[in-house]
Write a protein that binds this ligand. Structure first.
Ligand code: JCF
Length: 695
């Protein structure tokens, strides 16, 4: 429910609310379907739509034919020729219950409608991701693509053949065994990486002063805009993709040999004819398997290359599908089982400026808490001043928040017509909000930085947290709350101060029991024994991440040789380019940094030093591995050592940057993720071969 409108008691209130809802929904539908420029998230539209449906149910006499509830799909734009679908394009019933019961309800309903006895075997289903794009009908005659049409209202769509022909994944011609008439149905969508590149390009055009250009709020909206471009040359520059998931007209009806018996067989046949079919499509027996699929794909959702908003279940047997038939325009044999929406509306409570470890100032929108993409979001980064201005986010604004694809939540857009009054345009403060030092933006940089260095307590806190994190020197239990306390109480100014803490000093802190004070001292004692790589990473030199620190430690063997290396010597190290080399020099040329190192050593922080590594070529340099499951002949740490000794890196999770996944027995979701992303999977023998081959 939204705040607008009045109390639900009384017919007058209902009548007014209905009128208001219809107006809003008409406007949003027009923006979405005709202008390809929605201003509200789908979840918001759905909410208002359901509210209207409920009110019309309460007052059936007031339902009018022009109510948004009485119409399915959008109105065709005049620009495109109308195509009458020979077989109506169905919509699919949506199960908005995102919990397991969504799948269980569908199975129970299907069993009831098929009149199956409680002890009858599980129904066989096909489960597939539900792609977030636009439905398309591709018509092939004698094997040639002759027409592509949008779904429209399900009966009549728009002819967009000229644009669809520009999609490389869609075959213009089918093999000779394809039937004389074949209509393939599927989803046109835009991959996330293609979407990001397109928006990058659009931002460039806008910055260069191009007129009439805009950025897109999400991949689906960008895909819709591309499909309904009037100029195919522009459509061709908008990279689109396609997944097939069904049939329209086919003649003869049993082409492809002895009648395709199942939906799954049909998808295999479409794949054999050259159409892209998603390889996450699976057969699932009964409700338990559907629930498992919904969960598994839910975990993969963020790492997929494209947006999905749920999964689709279909009864696999085409005979049973026929038996089940349709209710109005929806098949009884299929359902869409949703995931939490990736876009929601909320309001901006404030715009804060946060100070990072290296002094970078980041504007952050503080939001009224909102559940989006499976988590509650209260902050969204605005990145930098230019980005905040481009989005024109202001305090009090109603905004669409988007969280998709493992990324940090973003403000996708502002609802200008909901802006109240004229809140001030955001601008970066001229002084650091924490220490008051000048905030400067260097020429050619997008970021403002606090010039206070370690004078700035925010930077000091971040530097301490960085040093104490698990992957660096690891001081167990030293989190942000405690660091705030230590710095604010003046107990810790620099890293070595940590090692000078005493029980009496800590006892003076608020809410600090003797036990926790002793725990901190114990953790600090334990952290004194570390490794060169952890120590170098922990210092927080700009651009020196964990992997680079490991390379530096391996290459030089001792801290003194790293601190005294010339830029030329630094450039010899794997992964170290001019920017990193310069940053290291800058860091170690500053007396106060050398002093911090000296004092830490004096406080007995220590590590083993070794001889510099021989500079042999590194066969796996630049390659990133992820290890999963149990390997037959070596422990995972052994495998990690082997890979790192050969110059490779080992990461914890599979992403686009992963080069290989090393999988053993009982490999789990990481293997699924690797398959989904098309990453090469190796077994132990494969790794050994690779090491032998290349050395
Ligand atoms: O991925 C989709 N958006 C999708 C939509 C997948 C399907 O298998 C569908 C669909 C709409 C209708 N199947 C039907 C029958």
């Amino acid at each position: 429910m939204t705040q607008q409108g009045s109390s639900p008691v009384g017919d007058d209130a209902d009548r007014a609310r209905i009128a208001w809802l219809r107006d809003e929904l008409h406007r949003y539908a027009h923006q979405y379907h005709v202008l390809d420029a929605p201003t509200v998230p789908d979840a918001e539209y759905d909410r208002l739509f359901r509210e209207l449906q409920a009110l019309e149910l309460r007052h059936p006499a007031w339902t009018t034919p022009d109510s948004p509830t009485q119409r399915v799909g959008g109105k065709a734009l005049e620009h495109f020729a109308t195509v009458r679908h020979r077989v109506p394009m169905l919509s699919i019933r949506t199960e908005t219950d995102t919990l397991a019961s969504g799948a269980e309800n569908f199975d129970a309903r299907a069993r009831r409608e098929l009149a199956l006895a409680p002890d009858a075997p599980a129904v066989e289903y096909v489960a597939e991701p539900k792609f977030d794009g636009l439905a398309m009908n591709l018509r092939y005659e004698r094997g040639v693509l002759v027409q592509a049409a949008t779904r429209g209202d399900g009966e009549n769509g728009e002819d967009v053949t000229h644009n669809i022909r520009t999609i490389g994944q869609i075959p213009l011609r089918l093999p000779p065994d394809a039937p004389p008439v074949l209509e393939v149905r599927g989803e046109v969508y835009m991959r996330r990486d293609d979407f990001d590149r397109l928006n990058e390009l659009q931002r460039g055009k806008i910055a260069a002063g191009a007129k009439g250009e805009k950025t897109f709020v999400n991949p689906r909206n960008a895909a819709a805009g591309a499909v309904r471009q009037l100029d195919p040359a522009i459509a061709a520059q908008r990279p689109l993709s396609f997944f097939a998931y069904g049939l329209g007209e086919i003649s003869p009806p049993h082409a492809g040999g002895p009648a395709l018996p199942t939906h799954f067989a049909l998808l295999q046949q479409l794949r054999a004819w050259g159409l892209p079919v998603c390889d996450l499509v699976e057969i699932a027996h009964g409700a338990t398997a559907l629930v498992a699929y919904h969960e598994r794909i839910g975990h993969l959702r963020d790492s997929l290359g494209f947006d999905i908003d749920g999964v689709v279940y279909k009864v696999n047997s085409l005979a049973l599908q026929q038996q089940l038939g349709f209710v109005t325009r929806e098949p009884r044999w299929a359902v869409a089982h949703k995931y939490p929406a990736q876009e929601q509306l909320t309001t901006v409570l404030a715009i804060d400026v946060q100070v990072g470890r290296t002094g970078k100032l980041t504007p952050v929108a503080k939001l009224a808490p909102v559940f989006v993409g499976g988590v509650t979001v209260t902050n969204a980064t605005l990145h930098n001043e230019d980005e905040a201005r481009r989005k024109d986010v202001r305090i009090g604004d109603t905004v669409t928040v988007r969280r998709a694809g493992d990324v940090i939540p973003e403000v996708a857009g502002v609802l200008l017509d909901k802006r109240v009054g004229e809140p001030a345009v955001f601008s970066m403060p001229t002084a650091c909000p924490v220490c008051g030092s000048a905030a400067v933006r260097e020429q050619g940089e997008v970021d403002h930085r606090c010039s206070g260095g370690l004078f700035c307590s925010a930077q000091r806190k971040q530097a301490i947290l960085h040093f104490a994190q698990r992957r660096a020197v690891e001081v167990e239990g030293l989190g942000d709350k405690l660091v705030d306390q230590l710095v604010d109480a003046g107990l810790v100014r620099t890293l070595p101060d940590l090692y000078r803490l005493t029980l009496p000093a800590l006892a003076g802190l608020d809410r600090m029991a003797d036990k926790s004070a002793q725990n901190l001292l114990d953790a600090l004692q334990k952290s004194r024994q570390t490794t060169l790589a952890r120590f170098v990473f922990g210092l927080g030199v700009r651009h020196v991440g964990e992997a680079t620190a490991k390379e530096l430690a391996r290459h030089f063997g001792s801290l003194d040789s790293i601190m005294d290396a010339t830029p030329e010597q630094l450039l010899q190290v794997n992964d170290v380019g001019p920017i990193v080399a310069q940053s290291l020099r800058l860091f170690f040329d500053q007396q106060h940094n050398r002093e911090v190192v000296r004092e830490l050593r004096e406080c007995k922080v220590n590590w083993e030093e070794g001889p510099p590594a021989p500079t042999t070529p590194q066969p796996l340099s630049g390659k990133t591995f992820v290890i999963t499951g149990t390997l037959p002949g070596m422990g995972r740490d052994d495998a990690k050592d082997l890979i790192e000794a050969a110059g490779g890196k080992v990461a914890g999770s599979v992403s686009k940057k992963t080069s290989f996944v090393l999988a053993g027995a009982e490999a789990g979701s990481k293997l699924d993720r690797a398959r989904a992303l098309g990453i090469t999977v190796l077994d132990e023998a494969g790794l050994r071969e690779m090491l032998n081959d290349r050395t």
